[in-house]
Write a protein that binds this ligand. Structure first.
Ligand code: ZN
Length: 258
C-alpha cells in the first residue's frame, strides 16, 4: 500500500506560486506532502528559522487537507561541525557525512529531530543517506569508534592488512565484526531517535528511505530500521529510486555498479 506523497522544498514554497503548487498537488491526487529540509547545521539561528518555517508550512498544508511530513538528512551536514566523519578503508574521512558512532552527534541529532517532531507534522522521513559511505564509492565506516568496536568483538587488535580481510576472499571473523559494528551503530541511532521523538510527540511516525547497501553490507536491513524508528506507530519506508533516474537513462544495475 502506498500514498501519493509529493516532496516540496521547504524554502522554495514562499518564493514560488503557492496557488500553482496547490493546483499541481490536486492534479496529482496527492494525499501527503513531504517538506524537504537542508542538511544539518550547528547554526542555532538557522535551526530556529527552519523550525519556524516548518511549523508555518505544516499548518498551511494541513489546513488544506494534506498529511504532512518532513524529509530530512540522516547524517549529512552543511558547514563546519565538531563531529566524527565517516572514514573509509584508505583512511580518508568525509566531513559532510557524520558517523552515528559519535555520541555527541547522536545527542545533537536527537535534539534536532525531536524539535522537528514538535512542529505539528505527522511524519519524519530520513533521506537515503541512511547508509555508510553515501557520498563516496568506498565502503565506510572505519572510524576510531568502529575500529574499537570491532576489536572488542574480536578480542584482539585489527590486522594491518585490514582491507584484504574486508574486501577479498570469503567470510572471515574480521569482516563479520565490521558488518556487526555497522549494524550496531545504525540500530542504536534509530533507537535513540525514536526515544527522543516519543518524549515530544509519540504519535509522529518516523521512517527512512531505503538504499542498496542497507540490504547488503550495512549490517541491518531497512525493514528492521523502519520498525525501530516507528516505535509504537506504523512503520514506513520509501524505496530508493526517483523519476530522474529514468530521465537520465539510469538503471538500477548501472547505479549499483558505480
Ligand atoms: Zn564510524
Amino acid at each position: 500500500m502506498y500514498k501519493v506523497s509529493v516532496p516540496v522544498m521547504l524554502t522554495s514554497i514562499e518564493r514560488s506560486d503557492r496557488n500553482e503548487l496547490l493546483r499541481q498537488l490536486e492534479g496529482l491526487d496527492a494525499e501527503r506532502v513531504f517538506l524537504a529540509l537542508a542538511p544539518y547545521t550547528t547554526d542555532e539561528k538557522k535551526i530556529e528559522e527552519r523550525l519556524e518555517l516548518l511549523k508555518k508550512e505544516t499548518a498551511f498544508f494541513k489546513s488544506r487537507g494534506y498529511e504532512v511530513g518532513c524529509w530530512t538528512w540522516t547524517f549529512m551536514f552543511s558547514g563546519d561541525h565538531p563531529f566524527t566523519g565517516m572514514t573509509f578503508s584508505d583512511g580518508r574521512t568525509d566531513r559532510q557525512e557524520v558517523c552515528p558512532s559519535d555520541p555527541a552527534f547522536v545527542d545533537f541529532a536527537c535534539d534536532y529531530v525531536s524539535r522537528l517532531a514538535g512542529t505539528g507534522l505527522d511524519l519524519i522521513m530520513f533521506d537515503d543517506d541512511f547508509r555508510y559511505g553515501f557520498l563516496d564509492g568506498d565502503a565506510a565506516c572505519l572510524c576510531k569508534n568502529h575500529r574499537a568496536y570491532m576489536e572488542k568483538l574480536l578480542g584482539e587488535p585489527l590486522p594491518a592488512d585490514l582491507k584484504s580481510y574486508l574486501f577479498a576472499g570469503g567470510a572471515n571473523p574480521v569482516r563479520s565484526a565490521w558488518i556487526k559494528s555497522k549494524g550496531h551503530y545504525f540500530r542504536e541511532f534509530a533507537k535513540r531517535i525514536r526515544e527522543a521523538v516519543d518524549r515530544v510527540a509519540p504519535q509522529v511516525r518516523v521512517g527512512l528511505c531505503s538504499c542498496m547497501s542497507v540490504w547488503d553490507q550495512d549490517g541491518v536491513s531497512t525493514d528492521e530500521l523502519a520498525r525501530i524508528l516507528a516505535g509504537g506507530t506504523k512503520p514506513f519506508m520509501r524505496l530508493i529510486g526517483a523519476p530522474y533516474w529514468a530521465s537520465r537513462r539510469s538503471s538500477l544495475a548501472s547505479i549499483s555498479s558505480t
